[in-house]
Design a protein around this ligand. Structure first.
Ligand code: COA
Length: 259
């Protein structure tokens, strides 16, 4: 599939989505959002893809936010619909059964921070900056940011970022638990690929169940422990569970097949 605002590639079962509007610091307009949705769909449906990385073109920005130009004449109803659309697309990332990680190569502001937070985890380049500057526009984040930021870094820190609009640097993001690693920019993609290369050797059904269990831990409407009971049972029904336990007993590396 070819896109106008994304560059995609598939190497060694790792799908890379690069948001490619560098002249606008990779801001998310309606075309980027629509193409991102299609690319996520590709992750869901293409059996050759085991995991994915989302990043941005250039040394300056991951994504500098939703495209502010599109906000100028939105009505209240249109704004609610845009927020729902952004939330739906980002929820597809969060609920993907295949791991999707963010390689944050610069500014991750507004919708960019929200996009990174929808991913299963984040790696930051040393020059990355995170923030929810919507308050400076007189609005709130609309693509899940108020919820995910609070869950990821806690209420006090989240409210400070949300209502001050200040940016935090990569090392503060690491200290807050917003990112898992901070690496020099030139090593960012290598780090993302090396982590996913390890993950891609694991049993796909167990990976998917782990993601669903972790997501359930953040959902007040369901009992995560029950989700875990079921996930544990589901795994015991798989050929990969038999292979994993047998390989351990035979002192060899397991070969998982995703069944
Ligand atoms: N929406 C639309 N355009 C954006 C954008 C956004 N979120 N962020 C940056 N751009 C555009 C700028 O308008 C500029 O376009 P131009 O060259 O046609 O004027 C281009 O990207 C470069 O940005 P610029 O502001 O000149 O770069 P900078 O290095 O001076 O500042 C930022 C970088 C990220 C601090 C600044 O661009 C910024 O504050 N962006 C908006 C962040 C934001 O509020 N995001 C939340 C939106 S809800």
């Amino acid at each position: 599939m070819s896109y106008t605002t994304l560059i995609t590639s598939l190497n060694n079962s790792i799908f890379t989505i690069t948001i490619n509007r560098p002249e606008k610091l990779n801001a998310l307009n309606s075309v980027v959002l629509a193409e991102l949705e299609l690319a996520i769909e590709e992750i869901y449906t293409n059996a050759s893809i085991k995991s994915a990385i989302i990043t941005g073109t250039g040394p300056k920005a991951f994504v500098a936010g939703a495209d502010i130009a599109a906000f100028s004449d939105l009505t209240k109803t249109e704004a609610i619909n845009l927020s729902k659309r952004g939330q739906d697309i980002f929820s597809k990332i969060e609920n993907s059964t295949k791991p999707i990680i963010a390689a944050v190569n610069g500014f991750a502001l507004g919708g960019g921070c929200e996009l990174a937070m929808a991913c299963h985890f984040r790696i930051a380049a040393e020059n990355a900056k995170f923030g929810q500057p919507e308050i400076n526009l007189g609005i709130v984040p609309g693509y899940g940011g108020t919820q995910r930021l609070t869950k990821l870094i806690g209420k006090g820190r989240a409210i400070e970022l949300l209502i001050s609009g200040i940016m935090i640097d990569a090392h503060t993001a690491l200290q807050y638990g917003l990112v898992n690693y901070v690496v020099p920019q030139e090593l960012l993609m290598d780090k993302a690929i090396s982590i996913l290369t390890v993950i891609n050797t694991k049993a796909p059904i167990a990976i998917s169940e782990c993601i669903q269990c972790a997501n359930a831990a953040e959902n007040n409407a369901i009992d995560g422990y029950t989700v875990e009971n079921n996930a544990f049972g589901e795994c015991f029904d798989t050929a990969d569970r038999k292979e994993g336990t047998l390989a351990f007993l035979e002192k060899r590396t397991p070969k998982f097949i995703g069944k």
